[in-house]
Design a protein around this ligand. Sequence first.
Ligand SMILES: C[S@@+](CC[C@H](N)C(=O)[O-])C[C@H]1O[C@@H](n2cnc3c(N)ncnc32)[C@H](O)[C@@H]1O
Length: 270
Amino acid sequence: MNPIEQFEQEVEGNIRRLGDDPALKGAALDWMSGVAGGKYSYNFSWLGRPIIQFPQDMVAMQELIWRVRPDLVIEAGIAHGGSLILSASMLALLDYCDAVEQGGAFDPRASRRRVLGLDIDIRAHNREAIARHPLAHKIDMLQGSSIDPAVIAEVHRRAEGYQRIMVVLDSNHTHEHVLAELEAYAPLTSRGSYCVVFDTLVEDLAPHLSADRPWGKGNNPKTAVWAYLEGLQDKPARGVDGANLRFEIDRRIEAKLQITVAPDGYLKRI
Ligand SMILES: C[S@@+](CC[C@H](N)C(=O)[O-])C[C@H]1O[C@@H](n2cnc3c(N)ncnc32)[C@H](O)[C@@H]1O
């Protein structure tokens, strides 16, 4: 075994042990419950735009985008635009790395890779700041509810012709809404790619932490993921590529992160 393989094997062992440790899981949940009240996830930015995520999940997105190499990332939930900029920056790096590998000149505007963001309310100051960002040329935005049939149809139309699509759901976190988003957009996820559902953590947190929200224990993205996966088992469906639509929860990601807002939310299309 070469040193690289040996290192990777060690890391896999670490991840397995960390993931199997109930005391650590409890400690992580205590910590996440503690910071949830303090709105910890609002503390960060990505290349200058505020992003409402945990740093651990940002690293997971970096690893996923590098591994999957999507040509389209569809994101429901824009807010200040930080997550769109994160995805766009990763797509731009993929473009750059492709150019280096192919020995050609790097033309930032030549690539097809794009991010498509959806939000029911794209505030003017956020829209302007995103439009002014150097990565704006990789971003398209649609205003409307992500479960509005006209928005869904438009997203499907724009996704036509893309080969490797990743989906990220981070908008309204009620069970009903996320389930409808999964029905609408999960079929666009390419095989080997991911549909990432954020804020599944709501199910694991104490109810008082979401008391002022329309979601809470029993009514949140995690319950929607469970219902969606159960539904696919009962009634198999096909993706837009015509192949069987099957997902598995990638628990290796939450085992490695330990701290994540998306337990059971990293769905890999298999
Ligand atoms: C948690 S924030 C998104 C955070 C962003 N993804 C990030 O990481 O920075 C949720 C966003 O979802 C939007 N939203 C709420 N209901 C929605 C709906 N029905 N359709 C689309 N977007 C919605 C809100 O306007 C808000 O901007």
